[in-house]
Design a protein around this ligand. Sequence first.
Ligand SMILES: Nc1nc2c(ncn2[C@@H]2O[C@H](COP(=O)(O)OP(=O)(O)OP(=O)(O)O)[C@@H](O)[C@H]2O)c(=O)[nH]1
Length: 312
Amino acid sequence: MKHVDESVIVSLCPDPIIGVDGAGIVRIFNAAAEKLLGYAAADVIGVLSIARIYPSLDDARKIKKLIYSDDYGARGLIEGYESALVCSDGAVVPIRLSAVIMDEDDGGSIGFFHDLTERYDLERQLHILSVTDELTGLFNQRHFYKVMAKELDRAKRYHHPLSIICFDLDDFKQVNDSLGHLEGDRVLRTIGELLKDTLRQIDIPVRYGGDEFMVLLPETDIQAAAKTAERIRKAFNTKCAYSIDKGAGVIAKVSMSLGVTETNGTEKPDQVVQRADLAMYESKSSGGNSTVLIKQHIGDVVQAGPSGGERI
Ligand SMILES: Nc1nc2c(ncn2[C@@H]2O[C@H](COP(=O)(O)OP(=O)(O)OP(=O)(O)O)[C@@H](O)[C@H]2O)c(=O)[nH]1
């Protein structure tokens, strides 16, 4: 290869390269830096302080401190540090930075940046996929237990009530068997939409599995949660009013059995889920299409209902 001038290499580099003098004033600003940040090199060289393109002065100070530390194996070096840059229009771009001090006397350095936007977008999409139930768009069971642990901690620390609604469809198999799986899927998707419309922003709706769902209601006591449960049940009856002929004069009506319980955060996730499940099964075993409440045990005493359940 014939000799190529270093400045040509810098200008051809597809990643942004920014060089600064000891005072932090931009001295090198290649074409990729212009493209990413939206500044013309002619407008920033000799004028712009590098601190201005970091999100805050603290970020800029931290990077300066890092380059003078031996955190990356030697003083005067940064390798693969993840931060962000602010473009001329105010947009913030995630970047990975490697940098070296060019001149020990003057303190001038050169930074090699790599735009991480695509990687961050991909990670965000992967995260969404990992916490979402594909059919309904609700959260999945794995996410439910993660959030539940955090919400139990919060409830305990701040003495706020935390409620949970557990519900399961009654006779859902009949929809699949009589009307087909696609119609069954439509019902499950309708529940996803219905929950998003009915709940507050801070509530966490989850498809627990099959035709079973959970809703976590932070800062909500059992009576308020029961009202929400009833709103869900009634909305479902309006939106999915099926009466399916099971033959021999028997009609199956698809509805919901709901169980509601509250915790003060001192329990394990499984204990709370089991109690909500028990309330839901109580509703189901007495005909479904209803909401049953079971309050938190205090000592061994169950606070409401003959078998711990209060039916509404
Ligand atoms: N269409 C569809 N059906 C599903 C899906 N996941 C689970 N199911 C169906 O949900 C039904 C659950 O059946 P069961 O547990 O007997 O529930 P059920 O018919 O509602 O009966 P009870 O709960 O006793 O009232 C089965 O037919 C499953 O095939 C899904 O993603 N899509």
